[in-house]
Design a protein around this ligand. Structure first.
Ligand code: FMN
Length: 154
């Protein structure tokens, strides 16, 4: 399967998970490209107009995995805007994940995932699964759990 992993990552955590996911999916026999959403300038949670320095194209993929950090108890605005600008996800298998810093309930993980799934479904994407990773210093065991869960969907 041709898979695109598309991430926004402000400080590198979400990106490092994507690299491990890419490695695993490649080992499973898929063709996997990793694309990074890059907004122009520093995107603050209350920003109104976001423009992009890099906006990966997902048209050629059979499946797409989107990854983003949680910002201000919500989906990071750069990923939200990127997803909103996608024309169509019709016929594509989709998975998504978020990484977050706070280990407590109601600190944005579920909210961010539901924002992502709502936009993805509105574009016709078929969501196979989602995951939330509490960063905890990048504990390898937790990253591997996410990688195993999401890679098993494809
Ligand atoms: C502006 C900003 C807002 C954040 N807000 C939250 C939050 O509401 N809840 C949470 O659990 N973590 C929050 N975090 C922590 C990040 O979600 C976490 O460190 C994440 O793994 C960063 O991913 P990245 O390195 O890919 O950018 C916030 C971080 C930043 C920079």
């Amino acid at each position: 399967m041709e898979i695109g992993i598309i991430v926004y990552s402000k400080t590198g955590n979400t990106y490092s998970v994507a690299e491990k996911l890419q490695k695993k999916l490649k080992a499973d026999g898929h063709s996997v490209e990793l694309g990074e959403v890059k907004p122009v300038g520093d995107v603050k949670p209350d920003i109104k107009n976001i423009t992009f320095e890099n906006k990966p194209d997902i048209d050629t993929y059979d499946a797409v995995i989107f990854g983003s950090p949680v910002h201000a108890f919500s989906l990071a605005p750069a990923m939200k805007e990127y997803l909103n600008q996608i024309q169509s996800l019709e016929g594509k298998k989709v998975a998504c994940y978020v990484t977050k810093g706070l280990p407590f309930k109601s600190t944005g993980g579920k909210q961010a995932i539901s924002q992502m799934t709502e936009i993805i479904q509105s574009k016709g994407g078929n969501i196979l699964g989602t995951d939330i990773l509490v960063w905890k210093g990048g504990k390898l065991e937790n990253i591997i759990k996410l990688v195993d869960k999401l890679s098993a969907l494809f």
